[in-house]
Design a protein around this ligand. Structure first.
Ligand code: ATP
Ligand code: MG
Length: 396
């Protein structure tokens, strides 16, 4: 008997046409995640099997719990037999040291050479347990122990517990998106939610040194690193926004500062998306949260680009966003106090219902196309991988 991990696929099994791509990508993602764990991974259309020579799966299970596209993670015992008599003996061995008063057996059989149905096999095994473990009874509704048996063509699996996976789609199956990642609470959550739907994320961060500090940038790097756990790795585009931001500040009526600034961020993000073959932008905007996130503001900002903008937390309350941030481990980093470029240049009375024609008029006051070109040409790319030990928290 050997201990192995059995993976049940998530939602992907409903996508019949794409199933091969989904499984292939999931396998690649798991291989990358477990790159230094010395495991063998094999798969078929219904399951993935992971075998480690050490048979120590504690850490492997925690790592698998960061991989999207997995419905359940099961620690199973692999029996090198499909013979029911042999299975019975192994089963008895496995339950020998377990304490339970009630149990049931659930069988799944993909081996068509066995003449019994799954239910008949369960009864057979159940009867054998009853005969050999006198103190217990069968309870099909609320058993203390559920013994799952899967009989395949050449081998069988027995297991008692399963751990929930993250669900979602394997990262990358839906293509790529650019996440506008600030140091706040909302955007990392938005990124996580997009990754969950199979979107591979690259992040973009706008910094305005010396108005924004190196700590603010390191905080974004630390957040990107947390997201990289779910995204395999992450490419972070850092855009120096100082020249554009100062030009806006000097030349444009202050109630329109944020609107114009965000239109510039959108323009740059859309070009970065185009250059990197990304199909969407993702950001942490939430309807009504601030003046730039009223519906009128969102429209005036969005209209400068054509690429779709996905706003996963648009309809979440702040407390709901915070809940997710805590769950995925970004909250503690997000609440560190370093200010980003938005917070520094916030005017006292930002316009709540900006008018598009005024935005265009004001933008004529600055040579923004040249500045955007320059910012993109000089931008820095930071690659954060999961395969080497990065400790960006140390930088904070
Ligand atoms: P967050 O929304 O991440 O908590 P925030 O609330 O300070 O941070 P907002 O001013 O609400 O940010 O901006 C809305 C969204 O715009 C952010 O969620 C993020 O996606 C994007 N954004 C804002 N500032 C930046 C920045 N400096 N770099 C990249 N994206 C940014
Ligand atoms: Mg926000």
């Amino acid at each position: 008997m050997k201990k192995v991990i059995l993976i049940k696929y998530g939602e992907l099994t409903t996508k019949k046409d794409n199933i091969n791509l989904f499984i292939k990508t999931l396998k690649q993602n798991i291989t990358q995640k477990l790159f230094n764990k010395n495991v063998d991974i094999i798969h078929d259309k219904g399951r993935m099997f992971i075998e480690s020579s050490t048979e120590d799966y504690t850490e492997i299970i925690s790592l698998l719990q960061e991989v999207f596209g997995i419905h359940e993670i099961i620690l199973a015992f692999k029996l090198a037999t499909v013979d029911l008599e042999e299975i019975k003996t192994h089963v008895l061995e496995l339950i020998n040291d377990k304490n339970f008063a009630t149990f049931k057996v659930v069988t799944k059989r993909s081996n068509k050479n066995i003449n019994l149905t799954s239910v008949e096999i369960s009864s057979l095994i159940g009867a054998y347990i009853l005969k050999n473990k006198s103190s217990c009874q069968v309870d099909v509704h609320n058993p203390e122990l559920t013994l799952n048996l899967e009989i395949r063509n050449n081998e069988s699996y027995v297991y008692f517990t399963k751990v929930a996976g993250l669900g979602g789609y394997p990262v990358g199956t839906l293509g790529k998106g650019i996440l506008m990642l600030s140091g706040g609470i909302d955007s990392p959550v938005a990124g996580y939610m997009a990754i969950k739907r199979g979107v591979k994320i690259e992040a973009i961060y706008f910094e305005s040194p010396p108005h924004t500090s190196i700590e603010a940038k390191n905080k974004v790097i630390a957040l990107a690193k947390i997201l990289a756990k779910y995204n395999n790795d992450i490419k972070l585009h850092v855009i120096n926004f100082t020249e554009i931001q100062e030009a806006i500040y000097k030349n444009i009526p202050h109630n329109y500062l944020i609107t114009i600034m965000r239109r510039m961020m959108y323009r740059i993000s859309a070009i970065i998306a185009h250059n990197n073959n990304a199909k969407i932008l993702v950001n942490g905007e939430s309807i009504g949260q601030v003046a730039s996130q009223t519906l009128t503001s969102m429209k005036a900002i969005n209209e400068v680009i054509k690429i779709p903008v996905i706003r996963p937390v648009a309809c979440f309350d702040k407390l709901e966003i915070i809940d997710v941030a805590k769950k995925i481990g970004t909250y503690e980093t997000s609440i560190l106090p370093y200010e980003d470029c938005c917070t520094i240049f916030v005017p006292e009375h930002p316009v709540i219902n900006p008018e598009s024609h005024l935005c265009s008029e004001y933008e004529k006051l600055i040579p923004y196309e040249d500045m955007i070109y320059k910012a993109i040409k000089n931008h820095e790319v930071i690659k954060i991988t999961n395969t080497v030990e990065n400790n960006f928290e140390d930088l904070l």
